[in-house]
Design a protein around this ligand. Structure first.
Ligand SMILES: [Zn+2]
Length: 413
């Protein structure tokens, strides 16, 4: 079994957390900023001192390669992301990259023999807060987004991805695509939900990710003066929209236990204190591991919208912006995670993820799975995000053991 150096792991985590640290112990490290450059420089330095072969691609994804005993074997890819949300937490992304780093360090220390090459990766702009879309680095790498197009995306100041990469010196030479087929991809991440903590467990072997649908509804009524216009003749778009918000919430547990529904955006126009709202635009996010449940929910949402609009005598337009089926990770890789957790004595369970990650995209080109560690109170994307070091260590141990097993596998196993 692999042993990791827990002191080194904790110290490294503390050191990385200083770069972009906020007053309230959070992390403010937006993609391709000066703070992102600083953490990347430290990461590259750490990869260099391990003697890894380092590559930086044209989108700034950073790879470090450790050879195995068979140079022709398909490599195992491990990693996550070092960028954060604005005033986000220290654990999201960073913990995964540093678990991968500690894994390679411990292999180096103890001379662990593995057949396959292992590559560690830091994906550019996972969060998608400065530049859209999220999962930019991994999505472009697997061919979901076009590289030329991605490089032209701008932030709110009009700076392009290409310019930002150049400014921080991470516009690499390599083409942003796999150089060869991978054997597998493994990523450790915080759960960002409360399930592991509630179950009192340290490790989740993630077997898949929820499917989802995004809808946008525009409710069209009439703008009238808030004084003279009598109540009975009003066609108030916001009254219908409010009705929709509460019915979308109530629908969540009607179809399947795991369905979650959210209205996250609401815009009212003309948006004046003394005018009856003429138009309301709202977005609806529906998720479940069961694609049929998502489809059924979308139908029911539309029926609720029709009913709400009839009651208020307004009309609507409904558009489905996005729909993705659930992701099933590789059973081989998630089973490896379960076996590894067992081997290192970490309390564990199999589970699914409500949120997408870089692993979701990697799963399209190789056998991928994830390891979750608990998030206290499920808090994330804010400074209060927290994972007990004991759980982080259990996760990192599981990660190292699983990586060793993946990298030792022969082709016919
Ligand atoms: Zn993340």
């Amino acid at each position: 079994m692999v042993t990791i150096d827990t002191d080194r792991f904790e110290n490294t985590f503390r050191r990385y957390s200083q770069i972009g640290r906020t007053d309230d112990d959070g992390l403010h490290r937006l993609a391709l900023t000066e703070t992102d450059r600083n953490v990347r420089d430290l990461f590259v330095e750490d990869l260099e001192s391990l003697g890894l072969d380092i590559r930086i691609d044209e989108l700034g994804n950073i790879f470090g390669r450790r050879e195995g005993t068979d140079p022709d074997a398909a490599p195992v890819l491990i990693g996550s992301h070092l960028d954060s949300q604005p005033y986000g937490g220290r654990f999201d992304g960073q913990l995964g990259v540093l678990s991968a780093l500690e894994t390679l360090r411990s292999f180096e220390d103890s001379g662990v023999d593995h057949r396959r090459p292992i590559e560690i990766v830091n994906w550019t702009n996972e969060e998608g807060s400065r530049f859209k879309p999220a999962l930019m680095g991994s999505g472009t790498f697997i061919g979901e987004f076009d590289i030329a197009n991605t490089l032209e995306h701008t932030d709110s100041d009009g700076v392009t991805v290409a310019e930002a990469l150049k400014q921080i010196g991470y516009n690499g030479e390599e083409s942003c695509e796999p150089r060869e087929p991978y054997d597998s991809y493994l990523e450790l991440h915080i759960e960002q939900g409360p399930k592991l903590e509630e179950a009192g467990l340290s490790v989740g072997a993630v077997e898949g990710v929820f499917g989802m649908a995004w809808l946008e509804a525009t409710i069209i009524g009439d703008a009238d003066h808030a004084g003279p216009s009598p109540m009975h003749s009003r066609r108030d778009a916001l009254v219908a929209a409010s009705d929709i918000v509460t019915s979308v919430r109530r629908l969540s547990n009607r179809v399947a236990d795991d369905v979650v529904t959210t209205v996250g955006e609401l815009e009212v126009s003309p948006g004046s204190i003394n005018v009856v709202p003429a138009e309301a635009r709202l977005t609806i996010d529906v998720r479940s591991y069961d694609d049929d449940a998502v489809a059924e929910l979308v139908d029911r949402v539309e029926r609720e919208i029709t009913a709400a609009c009839n009651r208020e005598n307004v009309t609507y337009e409904l558009e489905e912006i996005w729909r993705i089926p659930h992701t099933e990770f590789s059973p081989r890789v998630s089973q490896t995670v379960l076996d590894a957790a067992e081997a290192v004595g970490a309390d564990h369970q199999a589970m699914v993820s409500g949120a997408g990650h870089d692993a979701t995209y990697l799963n399209e080109i190789t056998d991928a799975a994830m390891i979750f560690v608990p998030s206290i109170d499920g808090k994330t994307h804010n400074e209060a995000e927290y994972t007990e070091m004991e759980d982080a260590v259990a996760g990192a141990r599981t990660f190292a053991e699983a990586t060793k097993q993946l990298a030792s596998r022969s082709d016919d196993a």
